[in-house]
Design a binder for this molecule. Structure first.
Ligand SMILES: [Mg+2]
Length: 165
C-alpha cells in the first residue's frame, strides 16, 4: 500500500462516516488538531468541534489528540480538551511513529482498531500508515499553515513529481 495514500478522504471532520468506522471495528480516533479540528493556531476548539468530540465519546469511541504544535501557550484548548478527559500528546513529531505509539498506548487499542484523522499527508496520513492504523485525510480548515509544512511538502512534491497538498 502507498504510505502517502489515505484510506478515505472527506471535506471536513464533520463529514466523516463515524458509524461506518464503528462497523469496521474502529474504536479509537486519533485526531490532529490544527486545521483539522480547529483553524491553524486558534486558541479555542470552537463549539462545533467540541460537540463532535462529545458525541463521539458518547458513542463509545476512545479519543486522543496528536499535535505537532506546541500547545503550551494555547491554554484554553488544553483546558477544553481536559474537560472531556481527552488525552493530548504534543509536540508529536509526526510522521515519526513515537507519538502515534504513545497515543495507541493511551487509548489501549491496536492500530487495526484505530483511525488517524488529519489534514496533512506528510504528517498525519504517512505517520498513521507507518504504524498501521486506518487513515483519513480531511481538507485543511484554513489555508494558512506552518512554513516548514509547506517547505517539506513542496520539496517532496518535486521528488515524487506529484501534488501533495
Ligand atoms: Mg494539521
Amino acid at each position: 500500500m502507498n504510505l502517502l495514500t489515505p484510506h478515505k478522504e472527506y471535506p471536513t471532520v464533520f463529514d466523516i462516516d463515524y458509524e461506518g468506522l464503528w462497523e469496521k471495528g474502529i474504536r479509537g480516533l486519533i485526531f490532529d488538531l490544527d486545521n483539522t479540528l480547529c483553524p491553524w493556531h486558534s486558541r479555542s476548539l470552537g463549539t462545533r468541534a467540541g460537540e463532535l468530540l462529545d458525541r463521539l465519546r458518547e458513542r463509545g469511541f476512545k479519543l486522543c489528540i496528536l499535535s505537532n504544535g506546541n500547545l503550551d501557550k494555547r491554554g484554553k484548548i488544553l483546558e477544553e480538551l481536559g474537560q472531556w478527559e481527552i488525552p493530548v500528546i504534543y509536540p508529536a513529531h509526526k510522521p515519526l511513529p513515537f507519538g502515534f505509539r504513545r497515543a495507541l498506548k493511551r487509548l489501549g487499542l491496536e492500530p487495526a482498531e484505530t483511525a488517524v484523522i488529519g489534514d496533512q499527508l506528510l504528517t498525519d496520513v504517512l505517520g498513521g500508515n507507518l504504524v498501521g492504523t486506518y487513515t483519513i485525510l480531511v481538507k485543511p480548515l484554513n489555508p494558512r499553515e506552518h512554513f516548514w509544512t509547506r517547505y517539506v511538502a513542496r520539496s517532496l512534491e518535486r521528488v515524487l513529481g506529484r501534488k501533495l497538498t
